[in-house]
Design a protein around this ligand. Structure first.
Ligand code: HEC
Ligand code: HEC
Length: 184
């Protein structure tokens, strides 16, 4: 009797250790580009630490299904099933958000602040499928906004973005990127 209890205990321990190790290795692969806290050094690599869980999982799934515009991630996301995506999304969402320390041009940022009134209705906070954009690297924001403008990001959630941005000039988009990046 005792032996079974001990064996069951050891089995459970082994399973939980391997699940934990899997989770660590799943996430550590991502951190090679996205940084330890989900805030990597690349100007055009999005910060994902502290991003909402729903947004991260949706983005990963869409990139895996090739229904969301991506370059590198379109290939990488293919390696993960739904359970792994849910676990990775949870792990990054639970980290504290770190805002980018990139230099912000004050004049451009002020101009972006004016234009941002049209964005504020949706981007006041961040919850569910509305991503956090304040504090993202400005290079990434600019790139993402241009992808919506040119209808490249034509995934489900992208429709709301594409309609609002079609008429903006590239310098207005740059200004919005500076503004939101500087808004911690
Ligand atoms: C080789 C570098 C690299 C690795 C490794 C990597 N990423 Fe990415 N990630 C990127 C780049 C670059 C983008 C911008 C989209 C693109 O061009 O593919 C991105 C975009 C994303 C996005 C979309 C964010 C948004 O706001 O739209 C998510 C979510 C994401 N990555 C999660 C992950 C996760 C989770 C892992 C680990 C399983 C991972 N990435 C591994 C480079 C990487
Ligand atoms: C009608 C609601 C709505 C409005 C208005 C709106 N957005 Fe968005 N925005 C969203 C949603 C939803 C997403 C997520 C889309 C997706 O999954 O691709 C998003 C995504 C983004 C992203 C991509 C974030 C990332 O991590 O890749 C940026 C940048 C952004 N919005 C900036 C703006 C700016 C700047 C404006 C004003 C010009 C604006 N948005 C107006 C709803 C909106």
């Amino acid at each position: 009797m005792h032996r079974y209890v001990i064996m069951t205990f050891l089995l459970v321990l082994l399973l939980s250790v391997s699940a934990w190790a899997d989770k660590i290795s799943l996430v550590s692969y991502c951190t090679s580009c996205h940084g330890t806290n989900g805030a990597g050094p690349g100007e055009t690599i999005p910060y994902i630490g502290g991003q909402t869980k729903e947004y991260l999982a949706t983005a990963m799934t869409e990139m895996r299904e090739q229904t969301r515009y991506a370059t590198l991630m379109g290939i990488l996301a293919k390696g993960y099933n739904d359970t792994e995506i849910a676990s990775i999304a949870e792990s990054f969402a639970s980290k504290a958000w770190v805002s980018s320390a990139n230099k912000i041009d004050p004049a451009l940022s002020a101009k972006g602040g004016e234009i941002s009134k049209t964005c504020a209705g949706c981007h006041k906070g961040n919850s569910g499928k509305i991503p956090k954009i304040a504090g993202q690297p400005s290079g990434y924001l600019n790139k993402a906004l241009l992808e919506y403008k040119h209808s490249l990001r034509n995934n489900n959630g992208g429709a709301a973005m594409m309609s609002g941005i079609a008429d903006l000039q590239d310098d207005e988009i740059r200004a919005l990127a500076e503004y939101y990046s500087g808004l911690k």
